[in-house]
Design a protein around this ligand. Structure first.
Ligand code: T4K
Length: 403
């Protein structure tokens, strides 16, 4: 016989089937009381017991870092998984960016986007390079290729675009400009793990692409990163640079840095890979649920996903427009007051931080699209352990602002 309770139970079961099992169990335990605080993201962690055998191997062989067996295994596994030619693991994405620029001997002015995490532009300052900001496209919030040419000067040597939120840049247009002006292209692909376009991995574009495996990323090694390079020679130079410039015991060819990933991180990466498909599937479900649940709310725009290919649903940004009854910041606070911690990625713009705002290219008038997006964007929680009840909670709170 039908009862409201029975219906609730059945609905519960349907949700549980969609979710990762340990998450479902966790949520059953905590749901009845006050709603849990949820954050913009939460790292995916496989069951702890699955990691123990990996640690035992490290304890047995006593190799903790400097290109040990797990490091080599993970480079090979990622080459296969991502469908790329060469992978150099790093201890984080920022050191990957810094080393990528060094390996290509980039000097002078570099055209980049203000709409990113601050590490993108910071990597340029570490080499004394001058960031030149260009505006972004309204649809993707990626660097607008139509704005690049006007920013090129005789000092320009490279372009540093970001596949923001994992949406591929207009790689064809960017490469065309780079070829015409003999510029290098380094993609900050820190959001683009596993993203593919019609021709394969998005990481194959440009001279180099840099990934982050930070705890907040789709694929994490606690901290970590990688440079994807197209040929063995580039990889070799990068591998020297991430190890102080050492080529052998007595030869140092460049003032390299210590950017190596350790064995525990690499081992964790191997384990993460086993769970990745499931985690990505869940992200896609959440993305779809938000899009459906928010579709009829005036003033909330979900960022479109570009064309064909595979997306990783790393972030779920919405733009809170003037037709929405309250401002982006008021919505951010409202959600927070209900235990939902979204994030304003990317506010402030990089170009508004003190070390950049004096640059002529940092002026708001040069960056109207990025400035507006930065004032409107709110990234909603998305991560594999996020249950449907919580997704609905987020949608409901956004809806209450319209009441
Ligand atoms: N380029 C781009 C385009 C990037 O987005 C990034 C990093 C980089 C380069 C540099 O790569 P890495 O050097 O970091 O590998 C976070 C991350 O720290 C940063 O990696 C990331 N981008 C950026 C977009 O977001 P915060 O300051 O927002 O992180 P935090 O600590 O506030 O974390 C956000 C939420 O995640 C927390 O509220 C709770 C949750 N969280 C976080 C951590 C660290 C957890 O549940 N567990 C955790 O361990 O910068």
């Amino acid at each position: 016989m039908w009862t409201p309770e029975l219906e609730r139970q059945q609905e519960r079961q349907r949700f549980d089937q969609m979710r990762m099992p340990h998450v479902a169990a966790q949520e059953r335990g905590g749901r009845a009381a006050t709603p849990r605080t949820i954050h913009v993201t939460q790292p995916y962690l496989p069951p702890l017991e699955e990691f123990i055998p990996y640690l035992e191997k490290i304890w047995d062989n006593k190799t903790l870092t400097n290109g040990g067996p797990f490091h080599q295994m993970l480079e090979a596994a990622l080459r296969d998984y991502l469908g790329v030619d060469h992978v150099s693991l790093f201890s984080n994405g920022t050191l990957g960016l810094i080393t990528a620029l060094q390996s290509l001997r980039i000097t002078g002015e570099v055209i980049t986007t203000p709409y990113s995490f601050v590490a993108t532009a910071h990597s340029l300052l570490w080499h004394g390079n001058k960031p030149v900001f260009v505006d972004v496209e309204p649809e993707t919030l990626n660097m607008d290729p139509a704005k690049i040419e006007a920013a090129i000067t005789p000092q320009t040597t490279a372009i540093l675009p970001v596949h923001c939120y994992g949406n591929p840049c207009d790689v064809t247009a960017i490469q065309k400009i780079a070829d015409n002006y003999n510029l290098r292209v380094i993609y900050d692909a820190c959001h683009a793990f596993g993203v593919r376009d019609a021709g394969g991995s998005v990481l194959r574009h440009g001279d180099l692409a840099v990934l982050s495996f930070h705890a907040t990323k789709v694929f994490n090694t606690f901290e970590g990163g990688a440079i994807i390079s197209p040929d063995a020679k580039s990889k070799q130079r990068i591998d020297h640079l991430k190890n102080f410039g050492f080529v052998d015991e007595v030869t140092v060819v460049a003032p390299g840095i210590n950017g190596k990933m350790g064995e525990v991180n690499a081992a964790f990466g191997m384990l993460q890979l086993k769970h990745l498909e499931k985690a990505l599937e869940r992200r896609a479900q959440i993305d779809a649920a938000y899009r459906m649940g928010l579709s009829d709310i005036r003033g909330i725009r979900c960022l479109a996903q570009t064309a064909e290919g595979t997306r990783n649903h790393a972030y779920f940004p919405v733009l809170v427009g003037p037709e929405f009854p309250i401002s982006r910041d008021a919505l951010y606070e409202l959600l927070k007051s209900r235990g939902i911690h979204g994030r304003r990625y990317f506010y402030p713009l990089i170009s508004d931080f003190p070390m950049y705002r004096g640059l002529p290219s940092a002026q708001r008038s040069n960056l109207p699209v990025a400035s507006e997006a930065s004032a409107q964007v709110l990234c909603l929680p998305i991560y594999p352990a996020l249950g449907n009840f919580d997704v609905q909670r987020v949608i409901d709170v956004i809806r209450t602002a319209c009441d």
